[in-house]
Ligand binder design. Structure first.
Ligand code: FAD
Length: 406
């Protein structure tokens, strides 16, 4: 590593989707701020003829944030798939709901984007910005929180110091552990099997989700008629599904999906991710803030995880820029508490909602099954309720909140 500078206004640990967005956003809003972003892993290049197994449904609010930091164009230049429809149905009954962007007068409900496409676009933007130092791959050995600064000791004994360290290092956050911030979570006992498939029929730019007794199964549209699969089930069942032959897997997947898109014609590699649901008891400490999965991790069933993390970024940016304008210390707990209050309420309500939906669809009680099927059908028929849910899912409410707070 070439050592250029060791003292920064802000050091962000984790250059994933959330951390790298924060770096670009802060650099855009405050040109005089010196920012370092550190990642333990070096970004890898990939073959364009394959898809990333990890994709995200990006809402309008997140798209707007990417546009504001000049990253959206770089994402679109690579590969994105807008989706106009979302179709959700219950495997145990006749309940179904169909969301259509045309009902809202919108061009789409969101975009399905491979995670590595987003990260690559962000790293390209980081490289263009002069007040960001990107240190990677770098291993941090220890962290010392002092009254006036936080110090990070690196593997090669370099000591970096900063007024504020931001932990954006994902669900198993090392920063969170070093800061002794506890998490409160629910045990899901679920895992997500992910893969990419080609189907006989085109996906019609629709995000499909079937609620099985064991968990939701999603087909998310990609380019050229491919679909990204997120199949949530028990960890044992997910393991079994990775071990069976490609042909057997294709047959089981087609059956679980009621052959909605015809035959499964090809299956790429399969991988399993354990699913967790938690939030931290504190998002901040003096000279520390947590963002994204480091602060809260949810079930992927509503495709909101990274969108919540990007909403954290928008709020933290606002709080930091206001503190700078008011000549306040950006690492002061009083400043950071505002960010915590702002984000905790929304993140918690999403966490609770995801847990509720997961339990509702996992229930074996026939009265619950009848009620949830009736609920889905009712939602499908009541236009204002449907529009409200679509607004929430597209992040349009978050956009309004952010513009109101400015
Ligand atoms: C199967 C599945 C499907 C999903 N689908 C969706 C979806 O459709 N929509 C959606 O919004 N969300 C979705 N999510 C959630 C989404 O993937 C996460 O919310 C998102 O990746 C979190 O981003 P992040 O930047 O906070 O963390 P991460 O993406 O985990 O990035 C953390 C970064 O920190 C680095 N790092 C880790 N430890 C250290 C360390 N000690 N030092 C330095 N660097 C470190 C890592 O290398 C990485 O670059 C899904 C999740 C799963 C599991």
């Amino acid at each position: 590593m070439i050592k250029i500078k060791t003292d920064f206004d802000i050091i962000i640990v984790g250059a994933g989707m959330v951390g790298a967005t924060l770096a670009c956003g802060l650099a855009e809003e405050a040109e005089n701020l010196s920012i370092a972003i550190i990642d333990a892993n070096e970004p890898k290049d990939w073959e364009k003829d394959s898809y990333d197994m990890r994709v995200s449904a990006i809402t309008r609010a997140s798209q707007t944030l990417f546009k504001n930091i000049d990253v959206w164009e770089k994402i679109v230049e690579q590969r994105v798939t807008p989706y106009q429809n979302m179709f959700v149905w219950d495997a145990e009954g006749k309940g179904k709901v169909h969301f259509d962007s045309a009902d809202m007068g919108e061009a789409d409900l969101g975009h399905i984007i491979e995670n590595r496409v987003i990260v690559k676009a962000l790293h390209q933007r980081v490289a263009e910005i002069s007040n960001i130092e990107f240190l990677c791959p770098v291993k941090i050995k220890s962290i010392n929180f002092k009254d006036d600064k936080t110090e990070l000791v690196l593997d090669d004994k370099t000591i970096l110091s900063t007024k504020l360290v931001v932990g954006a290092d994902g669900t198993r956050s090392w920063i969170r552990q070093q800061a002794d911030i506890a998490v409160k979570g629910w045990d899901f006992d679920q895992a997500a099997l992910v893969t990419t498939v080609k189907t006989e029929k085109h996906h019609q730019n629709t995000a499909w989700q079937r609620f099985l007794k064991t968990g939701p199964l999603a087909f998310l549209p990609l380019t050229d008629g491919y679909s990204s699969i997120v199949w949530s089930t028990s960890p044992d069942e997910a393991k079994r599904l990775t071990e069976i032959s490609e042909d057997d897997f294709a047959k089981e997947l087609e059956q679980a999906f009621e052959s909605k898109l015809g035959k499964i014609e090809s299956v790429a590699g399969r991988a399993v991710f354990p699913l967790r649901l938690f939030e931290t008891l504190n998002y901040v400490k003096p000279r520390l803030a947590l963002v994204g999965d480091a602060a809260h991790t949810i079930h992927p069933l509503a495709g909101q995880g990274v969108n919540l993390g990007l909403a954290d970024v928008a709020s933290l940016m606002t709080v930091i820029v206001e503190a700078l304008n008011d000549k306040k210390d950006i690492g002061d707990l009083k400043v950071l508490r505002r960010y915590e209050r702002w984000r905790r309420a929304e993140n918690r309500s999403m966490l609770v909602a995801m847990d509720g939906i997961k339990r509702l669809f996992g229930s074996e009680l026939s009265v619950i099954k009848d009620l949830r099927n009736a609920g889905l059908n009712l939602t499908d028929r009541i236009t204002p309720l449907k529009n409200l849910l679509m607004q929430q899912a597209m992040g349009l409410n978050a956009l309004k909140e952010n513009s109101n707070s400015k």
